[in-house]
Design a protein around this ligand. Structure first.
Ligand code: ZN
Length: 436
């Protein structure tokens, strides 16, 4: 038997709170899970700083990756395979399973902040891990010489098998179906639930994408709505964003100090290649959230008051407060004025007065040529026609293509209220912040 189709003697199962069990029969999948690059995902939280708002949200990218794999496995093995016309060659099946399992492999610690401050993206590292000198690569390479490249291409959405790509990454895919339910479970919110079994039952594979039988439209609507609600209730929660603002500023401060030649008491060795530009694959893989939090701990003893304060805020959850911010010319003038006043009481506005914006597009119909072009969700009508979802569903039509953006201004109320500050300046600051 070839490695490609080798099965384990006994099926392995992982107990999973969202899908009950994750089933593994394929030797390749089992071997991939055992690699150090995949195990590293246990040390990277799925939702970054969200645990400071929803304390249950400590789940990792490891849990989520197994979940996405399990959804794709069920779609192929349980839903598609029951019909002869949808026969999948074993190599295509394995390709889809591996891409599902590895799609988030390149995520680093608190990816959102790290990518923003140090200007790189996790997708590049996913590619590097799959194609580079790694344990994951060695496993994939054993399938055949082209296999690592194929897996990397499916994840990068450049592979010619569009059907596999649409299973793993489209507006309704295994990735989103897993994280919505998983994040809802771990945060404990009542949004994010939808009938995934029903959605899977009405999925029909077409040549280049998965479509959905019209009779399952309401389950698909429910999925779109839960995505919409999860974004605003969980992902863009203003308190989570406050923690993220502080995290960004810690990284920025550490980098600025490093560039100014500041002598750290605890040298940030693990950060050097990040500060210097694009980190090597080896350095990148060493960096996980346990290392990052270690530095935040020791940096609480640094001489630099800003780095010290920000780290202690993050670890002890002394977050910034916020007010709404309208991005108008007038508001920006006010923001500048606030910055001046902050300086007068020795609070550096570059670190302590921060505008943060979040925005989401719940569902988008196809607009060719536009940035971030998205494949529409297609319904398969009883007469065999295909129709774009928002043309059939009034609910989806109401929220389609509408980008909603939310801006907030973050500041440390406790520092403003320090007794040593000039009361007149503080009064002016508060007037500017709270006068709407
Ligand atoms: Zn994912």
């Amino acid at each position: 038997m070839t490695y490609l189709s080798e099965k384990l003697k006994e099926e392995k199962v992982f107990k999973d709170p969202v899908h009950r069990y994750v089933h593994v029969r394929d030797r390749v999948i089992w071997d991939l899970i055992g690699t150090k690059e995949f195990q590293r995902l246990r040390r990277i939280k799925q939702l970054g700083t969200t645990f400071l708002t929803f304390h249950g949200a400590e789940h990792s990218r490891f849990n989520h990756s197994l979940g996405v794999y399990e959804i794709v496995r069920r779609i192929i093995d349980d839903v598609f395979s029951s019909r002869e016309e949808w026969y999948w060659a074993p190599r295509d099946r394995l390709l889809a399973l591996c891409a599902a399992l590895l799609h988030d492999l390149g995520h680093g610690p608190f990816s959102h902040s790290f990518e923003k401050v140090f200007h790189f993206d996790h997708e590049t590292y996913t590619q590097k891990i799959i194609l580079g000198d790694t344990e994951v690569h060695a496993v994939l390479r054993k399938v055949d010489a082209d296999f690592p490249k194929d897996v990397a291409e499916v994840i990068a959405k450049t592979h010619n098998n569009q059907l596999i790509i649409s299973l793993i990454s489209s507006q309704i895919d295994a990735d989103r179906m897993d994280y919505l339910q998983r994040d809802a479970f771990y945060t404990g919110v009542s949004y994010g639930h939808f009938d995934m079994d029903r959605i899977m039952r009405v999925m029909r594979p077409m040549e280049d994408q998965v479509v959905f039988k019209k009779s399952g439209m309401h389950a698909v609507e429910d999925y779109i709505m839960s995505r919409y609600q999860m974004y605003w209730q969980v992902y863009f929660h203003p308190v989570t964003r406050s923690a993220e603002v502080i995290l960004n500023k810690i990284l920025l401060r550490a980098q600025n100090l490093y560039e100014q030649g500041y002598r750290f008491k605890h040298e940030p060795k693990h950060f050097y290649s990040l500060f210097a530009g694009e980190p090597t694959l080896e350095d990148y893989l060493t960096l996980d959230e346990s290392i990052v939090l270690y530095y935040f701990h020791v940096w609480q003893e640094e001489d630099d008051p800003i780095l010290r304060d920000l780290c202690s805020r993050f670890l002890n959850r002394h977050l910034f407060k916020y007010v709404e911010f309208e991005p108008s010319a007038q508001e920006y003038v006010k923001y500048q004025e606030l910055g001046e006043l902050f300086r007068k009481i020795d609070i550096d506005p570059d670190y302590y007065l921060v505008i943060d914006s979040s925005s989401d597009l719940p569902y988008d119909f196809y607009r060719p040529g536009e940035e971030g072009e998205r494949l529409p969700i297609l319904l398969l009508m009883p007469d065999g026609d295909l129709r774009e979802l928002s043309r059939e569903s009034e609910i989806v039509d109401a929220i389609s293509g509408k980008r909603r953006t939310d801006h907030k201004l973050y500041y440390p109320l406790d520092l403003l209220e320090d007794e040593k500050n000039d009361p007149q300046t503080v009064k002016k600051i508060k007037e500017l912040l709270y006068r709407r």
